[in-house]
Write a protein that binds this ligand. Structure first.
Ligand code: NAD
Length: 486
C-alpha cells in the first residue's frame, strides 16, 4: 500500500485527488479521523489553489466531448455508475460509517441504494427531458437544455456520498463536467466514487475530485472564473463566503443550507405517531439538515406527549454505529461536539430545563452526545433560533393554531416542517401557512427525486430535483425559427 492509500475497514481507498483520470498527490496531507473511536484512518491529500486550477482545467478540456455525447450514451454511463455503486454497496456503507459515524444499517439499507438511485433517476429523467415546440405567428419556438460547462460541487459531511451524488448525477446527466470537493471530515467515499465512475467508462476529466479544506481547496474552486455553476450544501456562514466569491464572476449558485425546522403536534394528532416522528429526529445523532428539532406541542396534549416521548427516547441505544442494535451513534468531530455542548450549556445558563440527556455520554466517552430534550427556554433564545446540528431537541407548547404557526415560522430558516394532526383541513391550512421548502404531514423524510428540494429564507437559494435540477445545471435556450419557404 502506498503512502497515498488507506485501508479503511479492510477496504483500500486512494486518498489522492482524482484529476483528468489520474491520481494526483499534494505536497501535504490532512488527517481523517473516525468519529467512532477517534483514530486517524487516513492521511488525505490536502489540495489548494494548484489542484483546484488543475481540476477545473481538466473539466474544461473534457467539457466539449461530454456535452456532445448523445443523451442515450450519457444515460447508459450513469446507469453503469449506479451498477458499480450497487456492486460495492457493502464497501461504500462500511467506509462511510467508519468515516462519518452514521449508522451502518442506514447506509447499507437506505443511503447507498439511494446513491445508486440518484444516478438512475437523473439518467432516466434526461431521456424524457423536453418541452413541446410552440408557434408564434407561424414561427417555431424550440426550447433546449444546453450543458452549462464546468460545475463545482461542494458538499458536507453528514450524508457525504448521498449529497454529493444528488448533485453529481444531474450535473453529469445534463452534459456538464464536474469538480467535486467533499467535506474534509468525511472525504473517503468521494474517492471510491471516482473509481466507480472510471470503471463505468466515464471519460477522463468529466468527474474530478479535489480533496482538502474548505478555506483552501474549496475557496479556490468557487473563485475560479472558468466555473459555470456552483452547487453547495452546507452551512449559512460558508454559503455567504461562497456567494461573495461567486458574485465576482456572476457564477450561478444553488445553495442548500441549514435548518431549524419545527415539528408541530396538534391536539388531534395520533400521539403514538407524533412520538415516533419526534424520536426520529435523533437519527444520525441529530446531524440532519431537515431535522424537526423544535417540538411544538399543543397545551392539551403536552404532558402526555412528553411522558411518552421520554419513555421512548430514554430507551434509545447509543453506541458503535456498526452494531445492529444501535440507534444513535457519535457526532462527527470533537470541534463539532464542543459546539453542540456549548449550545446546551448556554441554554441551561439561560434557564432551560433538561428533560433528557444534556451532555456527552460519559459511559461511551469520545464523541457520543446523549439525546437531549430541553424546555422552558425564553422566547428568541439561541437554542430556539440557531441550528445545533446535534441530538438536541427543544419543547415548546402552544394554545392555538395561529400561535403554532407563528412559533414554527419564527426563525430565519425555512428548510422543512413536520405536522402531526388528525385533521386533513388543518393539515391543509397549516401547510399553506408554513414557510418551508418541504412540509411533511404525519410523516418524515419521504423523499422523491421528482419533487423540488430546497429551503426558504436562509435555508437556501434555488431548488433541485427533477426538472429543477436540469434548469439549474443547464443553459436554457429558446430557438425561434421563421417558416421555411416552400
Ligand atoms: P460547512 O459549511 O462547514 O462545510 C460544507 C463544505 O463547504 C465542506 O466541504 C467545506 O470544506 C466547504 N467549505 C468551507 N469553507 C469554504 C469556502 N470558503 N469556500 C468553499 N468551500 C468551503 O458545513 P458542514 O459543517 O460540512 O455541514 C453542516 C451544514 O450543512 C449544516 O448547516 C446543515 O444543515 C447543512 N446541510 C444542509 C443540507 C440541505 O440539503 N439543505 C443537507 C445537509 C447539510
Amino acid at each position: 500500500m502506498s503512502e497515498h492509500a488507506a485501508v479503511v475497514a479492510g477496504i483500500p481507498v486512494d486518498t489522492r485527488h482524482w484529476i483528468a483520470g489520474e491520481r494526483v498527490a499534494s505536497t501535504s496531507t490532512f488527517p481523517d479521523v473516525s468519529p467512532i473511536d477517534g483514530q486517524v484512518i487516513a492521511e488525505v491529500a490536502r489540495g489548494g489553489a494548484a489542484e483546484a486550477a488543475a481540476a477545473i482545467e481538466a473539466a474544461r478540456v473534457a467539457f466539449p466531448g461530454w456535452a456532445a455525447t448523445d443523451r442515450a450514451e450519457r444515460a447508459r454511463i450513469l446507469h453503469a455508475i449506479a451498477d458499480g455503486v450497487d456492486k460495492r454497496l457493502d464497501e461504500l456503507a462500511l467506509v462511510e460509517t467508519t468515516d462519518n459515524g452514521a449508522l451502518l444499517r442506514s447506509h447499507r439499507n437506505g443511503v447507498m441504494p439511494r446513491v445508486a438511485h440518484n444516478f438512475r433517476f437523473f439518467a432516466d429523467w434526461l431521456l424524457g427531458l423536453g418541452h413541446e415546440d410552440f408557434e408564434t405567428r407561424g414561427h417555431r419556438n424550440h426550447v433546449s437544455w444546453d450543458p452549462a460547462g464546468v460545475c463545482v460541487l461542494i458538499t458536507p459531511w453528514n450524508a457525504p456520498l448521498m449529497l454529493a451524488t444528488w448533485k453529481v448525477a444531474p450535473a453529469l446527466a445534463a452534459g456538464n463536467t464536474v469538480v467535486l470537493k467533499p467535506a474534509e471530515w468525511s472525504p473517503l467515499t468521494a474517492s471510491l466514487l471516482a473509481d466507480i465512475a472510471a470503471e463505468a467508462g466515464l471519460p477522463s476529466g468529466v468527474l474530478n475530485v479535489v480533496q482538502g479544506y474548505g478555506a483552501e481547496a474549496g475557496a479556490a474552486l468557487v473563485a475560479d472564473p472558468a466555473v459555470s455553476r456552483i452547487s453547495f450544501t452546507g452551512s449559512v456562514p460558508t454559503a455567504r463566503r461562497i456567494a461573495a466569491a461567486a458574485a465576482a464572476n456572476l457564477t450561478p449558485l444553488s445553495l442548500e443550507l441549514g435548518g431549524k425546522s419545527p415539528l408541530l403536534v396538534f391536539e388531534d394528532a395520533d400521539l403514538d405517531l407524533a412520538v415516533d416522528l419526534a424520536v426520529e429526529q435523533y437519527d444520525n445523532a441529530g446531524q440532519v439538515c431537515l431535522a424537526g428539532t423544535r417540538l411544538l406541542v399543543h397545551d392539551g396534549v403536552a404532558a402526555e406527549f412528553t411522558e411518552r416521548f421520554l419513555a421512548r427516547a430514554s430507551g434509545l441505544v447509543q453506541g458503535d454505529p456498526r452494531a445492529p442494535g444501535t440507534d444513535v451513534g457519535p457526532n462527527i468531530h470533537r470541534d463539532h461536539l464542543a459546539r453542540v455542548d456549548g449550545f446546551v450549556r448556554r441554554a441551561a445558563d439561560q434557564g432551560a430545563a433538561t428533560l433528557l440527556g444534556g451532555g456527552p455520554n460519559t459511559d461511551l466517552g469520545g464523541l457520543y452526545y446523549r439525546p437531549t430534550l430541553l424546555t422552558g427556554m425564553p422566547p428568541g433564545s439561541e437554542i430556539l433560533t440557531e441550528e445545533v446540528f446535534g441530538p438536541v431537541l427543544t419543547l415548546q407548547t402552544f394554545g392555538t393554531e395561529e400561535e403554532a404557526v407563528a412559533l414554527a415560522n419564527g426563525t430565519r430558516y425555512g428548510l422543512a416542517a413536520v405536522v402531526a394532526t388528525g385533521s386533513p383541513e388543518r393539515a391543509e391550512r397549516v401547510s399553506a401557512a408554513l414557510v418551508a421548502g418541504t412540509v411533511w404531514v404525519n410523516c418524515f423524510f419521504v423523499r422523491d427525486l421528482r419533487a423540488p428540494f430546497g429551503g426558504a429564507r436562509q435555508s437556501g437559494v434555488g431548488r433541485e430535483g427533477g426538472d429543477w435540477s436540469f434548469d439549474f445545471y443547464c443553459d436554457l435556450k429558446n430557438t425561434v425559427t421563421a417558416p421555411w419557404e416552400k
